[in-house]
Ligand binder design. Structure first.
Ligand code: PEP
Ligand code: MG
Length: 575
């Protein structure tokens, strides 16, 4: 039977292929039937995973740093206690035998049963301990996943298949980069969630917030994904297939045409140069950035070097990665953002759980809370600055103390490199991301001390409109044209210009062709976006007259009514 599902298209284009269902790396686990003669082996896998986690926790407990908060030890002890409790350590083994299922599934069943019991508890403190149970189970599941003798022999997907998941973390998507999927679709997620951003960077059609796709689509079913309109068609008939194949061809022809603009100078009709740079996640993305004709890397999201691993990258490992990018970009600017971990990009080993992670220990806050980690990264970036035109970009600054502490750390990192006789560019520019309304409203603090600014519109919108960017339930409220957002963006561009500090936009707004002219009209001259969008944006730039777009953009700032705003945007984009 053919049916359609609607979600939010996060990357345009059309894909036609077979569904490949996947589980989230952690709590969404496969349910596999096992033969009777595999029971003992599966139980042994489970016990080995328990032992591994027990070892990890004991090591952590025996090596608590002096400056760790006092509750850290108690926290580890609670986890060790949960791990040793019969309900988690023994019952799953019985379930493996009675239900003839894999260890992951048995553990997940038992966890769900335990969590249901927690929900019955009146005491809110005790009830909140269920987070600990989930964390312990996640650790055991992760240990099981590391076990290559797993019963979960997931078939290797064929090239061109369509990945269907309930949810994917940004770390999952990075892992899937090595496969040649034709498309990604997920049940949850928002337009600017990091999962969507990474999917977009693959340049393949993607849809999020489909709600029931994972449940309704079966493995190997034929799907059409229309990323432009956020629609999937499951089991399409011949007429739909023919129609979408045609649209796919048209889309490919358009993309081919765009390629001709790769070496064209990026300037408006009146000759003003517009800098178009690329956002990258990993060093290997440089190839795509150069292929799009980018004039540099405007945002290197270095936190992706920290994901999908249980240890931290060393200073040398990071230095090699940054040096590779600096060298390959061949004298063009490379803006390396210090790690923006936390929120939806938590470390595998992260112990802290916050009820509101986007407002918690994230980005520069985490950098400053983990000075050793931060120091190592700063040294690595500085060392790479001897091999290209490197700039340092600091995420999520909100106030003067953070800024001063950060500048102090950078100065210290430089001093330590001098002591070690290691080369670096002493004049490496230091910039800050303006993505918290507080920073936008007190820009002078940042323009006085920084060499450049970059507007992170994804977070600026999240924090201005109070919408969690990962939550599809509020995704419809994401609005780059909200008057509050427009005024903040306009005032940052204006005040930075007054202070003589260069400013770019590196959030998803920069790669949205419908907003290019508006941003030009507001005075923006530097854009950084996923390479997949760069040539489409350049095409708009080439056809734009600055005086004309500035006039309409200024009018947009005086309008509050959404219908009139969108009418003005249409007018702006009409020519
Ligand atoms: C942003 O917030 O707009 C941004 C570019 O940073 P990230 O998407 O990585 O949070
Ligand atoms: Mg951000």
């Amino acid at each position: 039977m053919s049916f359609t599902l609607h979600g939010i298209g996060v990357s345009s284009g059309i894909a036609i292929g077979r569904a490949h269902l996947v589980s989230h790396a952690q709590l969404e686990v496969p349910h596999l039937e096992i033969p009777v003669d595999r029971i003992a082996q599966e139980q042994a896998r489970f016990e080995a995973a328990l032992a591994r986690v027990r070892g990890e926790l004991s090591r952590l407990a025996g090596d608590i740093p002096d400056n760790a908060p006092p509750e850290f030890e108690a926290f580890l002890n609670v986890h060790l206690m949960i791990l040793g409790d019969e309900t988690l350590a023994v019952v799953p083994k019985t379930l493996i035998a009675t239900q003839l299922c894999n260890a992951e599934w048995a553990l997940k069943q038992q966890m769900d049963a335990l969590l249901a019991q927690f929900d019955e508890i009146d005491d809110p403190y005790l009830r909140s301990r269920k987070t600990d149970v989930v964390q312990v189970v996640e650790r055991v599941l992760a240990a099981l996943l590391l076990d290559t003798t797993s019963a979960a022999t997931v078939a290797t997907p064929e090239d061109g298949s369509i990945l269907v998941a309930h949810d994917l973390s940004p770390a999952d998507v990075i892992l899937f980069k090595q496969h040649k999927f034709a498309s990604f679709i997920t049940d949850v997620g928002g337009t600017t969630s990091h999962t969507a951003i990474v999917a977009r960077s693959l340049g393949i059609p993607s849809i999020v917030a489909l709600h029931h796709a994972r449940r309704l689509v079966r493995e190997d079913e034929l799907l059409i994904v229309d990323g432009t309109h956020g629609v999937i068609i499951v089991n399409p008939d011949e007429t739909a297939l023919a129609e979408y194949r045609l649209r796919q061809e048209e889309w490919d022809i358009e993309r081919q045409k765009l390629r001709r603009l790769k070496t064209t100078r990026s300037a408006t009709l009146d000759g003003t140069r517009i800098e178009l740079q690329a956002n990258i996640e990993l060093p290997d993305d440089v190839a795509q950035a150069k292929d799009s004709g980018a004039a540099g890397v405007g945002l290197f999201r270095t936190e992706f070097l920290y994901l999908n691993r249980r240890d931290l990258p060393t200073e040398d490992e990071q230095f090699e990665a940054y040096r590779q990018v600096a060298e390959e970009m061949d004298g063009m600017p490379v803006t390396i953002r210090t790690f923006d971990l936390g929120a939806d990009k938590a470390l595998d080993s992260a112990e802290r759980v916050s009820t509101n992670p986007a407002l918690g220990l994230r980005a520069i806050r985490l950098c400053l809370a983990e000075p050793l980690m931060f120091f190592g990264q700063l040294r690595a970036i500085l060392r790479a600055s001897a091999f290209g035109k490197v700039k340092i970009l600091v995420p999520m600054l909100s106030g003067v103390h953070e800024l001063n502490q950060t500048l102090h750390m950078i100065a210290e990192a430089k001093r330590s490199l001098v002591q070690d006789n290691l080369r670096f560019d002493a004049t490496v520019p230091i910039g800050g991301m303006i993505e918290v309304p507080a920073a936008a409203l007190s820009l002078g603090i940042f323009t006085r001390k920084l060499d450049f600014l970059s507007i992170g519109t994804n977070d600026l919108i999240q924090y201005t409109l109070a919408i969690d960017r990962t939550d599809d339930a509020v995704a419809h409220l994401y609005d780059p044209l909200h008057p509050a957002v427009l005024h903040l963006v306009a005032s940052i561009i204006q005040n930075a210009a007054k202070a003589g500090v260069p400013v770019a936009v590196c959030g998803e707004m920069a790669g949205d062709v419908t907003l290019t002219r508006m941003l030009l009209g507001l005075g923006l001259r530097q854009f950084s976006m996923h390479p997949a969008n760069l040539l489409s944006v350049k095409q708009v730039v080439l056809k734009s007259d600055l005086a004309e777009v500035a006039q309409i953009a200024r009018r947009m700032l005086r309008v509050q009514d959404p219908d009139r705003l969108y009418a003005l945007l249409d007018k702006l984009n009409a020519a």
